[in-house]
Write a protein that binds this ligand. Sequence first.
Ligand code: NAI
Length: 330
Amino acid sequence: MKAPITVSVTGAAGQIGYALLFRIASGALFGPDQPVNLRLIEIEPALPTLEGVVMELDDCAFPLLREIVPTADLNEGFRGTNWALLVGSVPRKAGMERGDLLGINGKIFTGQGQAIAKNAASDVRTLVVGNPCNTNALICASNADGVPKDRFFAMTRLDENRAKSQLAKKSGAHHSEVTNLCIWGNHSATQYPDFTNAKINGKPATEVISDHEWLKGEFITTVQQRGAAIIKARGASSAASAANAAIDTVVSLVNPTPAGDWHSVAIYSDGSHYGIEKGIMASMPIRTVTNGTWEVVDGVPVDAFSQGKIDATINELLEEREAVQNLIPA
Ligand code: NAI
């Protein structure tokens, strides 16, 4: 039997947590012969609810699930972790400005970054889901002294999956036939789902879909505003699809990317790709080379339309960084 992989999940008693933990425990991240330990982190008031989730995990008797540690202590929660999935954050409340939200959540991620640096395994990788996820990930990475920045990611995979699904519906193809779909920039309403390089059954999406007005307009806004549309329809924010995207992200980061394709995830920009400034967490096309090694796919064509959209979302990330400058050590 292989040694277990330890996964820490924050916000484990929340909606996404509930949709995520059972899939991790059943082997969705690392396959059917890889045992996992779960370290479940919540704030104190949510510990009783988390206890209920742990009881349900127990009651599933998952063959791959070894240890479960529910805790409100960050040192305990990140001890020996190989994958930290940072889902928990404080939702935006009425009257709260975006800057306030950035500040409140930012403080959570300074502490978590420090605790990851202090306690996690030497190969730790961190995926931030809790919003505003790009800037939270930047704060986390900046406070995790000694952990390389290329081990931090922020989730834009749900946006990629949403975009693929929209292109599939419009063209009549199956969503598995849509490839090369990159989300650029921020996981927010400024994100740019790049249809100009997407392929459907190996052909450019712009050839398969002749309605270019739709691609440039409704397609983009549908993807950008999908989260709000789900809240309106369901009365609650997307949780199962977000959990699924978190799983997809980890799976794509531990398995080599199929030749010629890429996947979307926000990474720490080193300033050497697509003119994107150093020191923000920006989504761009990524290819996983081996487990633990990834690279930016360079040379993806960026036309004037795309460049305008990319500039807008990158500018938003720069503004967000400015707003939390006090949480990013020099
Ligand atoms: P939720 O409100 O149901 O659960 C959040 C949980 O986080 C709560 O149980 C809360 O107690 C916990 N929490 C709050 N502060 C914490 C802290 N400091 N440490 C540990 N746990 C803490 O929210 P839900 O639906 O599970 O969403 C979680 C986050 O994911 C939200 O920020 C949401 O906006 C974000 N999200 C991100 C997506 C993406 O594509 N990146 C997609 C969908 C949601």
